[in-house]
Design a protein around this ligand. Structure first.
Ligand code: BG6
Length: 494
């Protein structure tokens, strides 16, 4: 069976950064691999007045590092059309409709349409409404709406947004992107759990002591200060990526690895996340904001408040760490710690699963307790797994040492694996919504996050409280220490 897909992509925000950095290269990779061939077309829209030729030049430039040849790039870009568009102007949708119908015939697209909203969420409602009212939604093929985050600023605004969109699209036509769900190693969580009975049978509070999730970034907010200052790490990372990872780690085994079954389990797991009482927030959640670098003056790193478009007295957090408890039979009593932040020591995402200690230490370790066994899932930039085990030290006596069994995928393998966006776009072409977030997941996550946000907004903090290049505020170490644990991954201590 041919793997070729067909469809018309209409990208709202076609001149934007996301389109250039992620969407065009991903579409090109799918083209190179034969998922897209002759029967696809792309309409890029934005307010600017661009010609098709200029647009195609931009597309070619965005893929210049991954092209087979210049001719191949030109051939690919010939499928791209530009339409200047004001999202609030009804007549513009009529022009868009005419162009869509023309391309539909020209490329034999059978009425299959993907509307990609790569722009401010303020316009999601009006765009989806006009797509329906002005008949851009076809009756012959599939119609799918792909939406970028942020999906609302809190539960209330997300609900309003969802209602607006749902007036034109059914839930099963809506693909809410969380690009973490497209990452190879995030998808591997299910494989390591459900493909290994040894692991899955120990995947519960009897054997696991705590789980630690780190999403560290070494960069600051760069030129995104304007957006970030109204968002902060809580909304930017916890509401979506981190809670999604937690739902995959915590969910019960689905009956099949299909979208409906997986979502059902993820939603159940998220609903079991314990909601904090307002007066518990400071015990469970730590926030931070980066200041200038202390130890690398030559790099001259600014503090967050000196970044472009950031208020000089900004109270926005660029770091958040926390402890999440899941009140169900499997996880009761097991803390899920997480931390994420900008300008940390190193870019790296990993999950450390710390197993319980042996009930009695029989070895000769100078009264030191045996280190816990730790299973690590390396998500990025390294992709792989490791398992730390205690074994006998070679030689006399019965002392132990910790060995690390490790598999890291080679740079070649990871370079050839599908990129997150590439996978997600292909899933969407296939109508597979497994790796997209359902409204119930979004809603449940906001309800958890809103409690923290509301509490934090009431209390002024003394920022900045961590130096660029560190692993965040000292309080995030204390969060674990007071429970008798410590962060397993300490890139700042090597
Ligand atoms: C995005 C956030 O969702 O994820 C960014 O808005 C963050 O602030 C990014 O930098 C991190 O993604 P990745 O794939 O680089 O870990």
């Amino acid at each position: 069976m041919s793997k070729e897909k067909n469809g018309l992509f209409t990208i709202f925000g076609g001149t934007g950064d996301l389109a250039k950095r992620k969407l065009y290269p991903s579409l090109y990779r799918l083209y190179k691999k034969g998922y897209l061939k002759e029967k696809f077309a792309v309409i890029g829209t934005a307010r600017r007045e661009w010609t098709d030729d200029f647009y195609r030049e931009v597309v070619v430039e965005s893929i210049q590092n991954i092209t087979e040849s210049h001719e191949h790039a030109i051939e690919f870009a010939s499928h791209f059309y530009y339409q200047s568009h004001n999202v609030t102007d009804i007549e513009h949708y009529d022009t868009l409709k005419k162009l869509s119908e023309k391309l539909d015939k020209q490329y034999q697209l059978e009425g299959n349409r993907l509307f990609y909203l790569a722009m401010s969420p303020n316009f999601f409602g009006v765009i989806s409404q006009n797509l329906k009212d002005r008949d851009l939604i076809t009756t012959t093929g599939f119609n799918r709406l792909i939406i970028e985050k942020p999906f609302g600023q809190d539960f209330e605004s997300a609900l309003v947004l969802n209602n607006q969109i749902r007036a034109s699209f059914e839930e099963n036509q809506i693909y809410r992107i969380d690009h973490y769900l497209g990452k190879e190693m995030v998808q591997n969580i299910s494989a390591i759990r459900f493909g290994n009975y040894m692991i899955e049978s120990m995947w519960n509070s009897r054997y696991i002591d705590n789980i630690q999730i780190t999403l560290g970034e070494s960069l600051g907010v760069e030129e995104r200060g304007g957006y970030y200052d109204t968002s902060g790490a809580l909304r930017d990372m916890l509401q979506n990526h981190i809670l999604q990872i937690i739902s995959l780690l915590a969910m019960e085994p689905p009956t099949r690895l299909k979208d409906k079954e997986i979502r059902t389990e993820k939603i159940k797991a998220l609903k079991a996340v314990r909601l904090l009482e307002p007066d518990e927030v400071s015990d469970y959640m730590i926030r931070g904001q980066y200041g200038p670098s202390h130890n690398d003056i030559s790099k001259n790193l600014n503090g967050y408040r000196e970044e472009m478009n950031v208020a000089l007295d900004s109270q926005t957090e660029t770091f958040v760490a926390g402890k999440i408890m899941i009140d169900n039979f499997r996880w009761t009593g097991v803390p899920f710690y997480f931390r994420t932040g900008k300008r940390l020591t190193k870019k790296g995402t990993q999950i450390d699963i710390e197993f319980k200690n042996v009930p009695l230490n029989l070895f000769d370790n100078n009264d030191e307790p045996l280190p816990a066994n730790v299973l690590t899932i390396y998500i990025q930039p390294t992709e792989g797994f490791s398992l730390e085990l205690n074994t006998k030290k070679i030689g006399l006596g019965l002392a132990t040492e910790t060995l690390q069994l490790e598999h890291k995928y080679s740079a070649e393998t990871t370079a050839n694996s599908l990129e997150a966006y590439e996978k997600l776009i292909l899933d969407c072409l296939n109508g597979d919504s497994t790796n997209f977030t359902h409204w119930d997941e979004v809603a449940t996550s906001w309800k958890f996050v809103d409690i923290i946000r509301n509490q934090w907004d009431k209390e002024k903090v003394d920022f900045p409280n961590y130096a660029s290049g560190s692993m965040g505020p000292i309080d995030s170490e204390q969060l674990l220490i007071k429970d008798g644990f410590k962060w397993h991954w300490c890139p700042n201590k090597k």
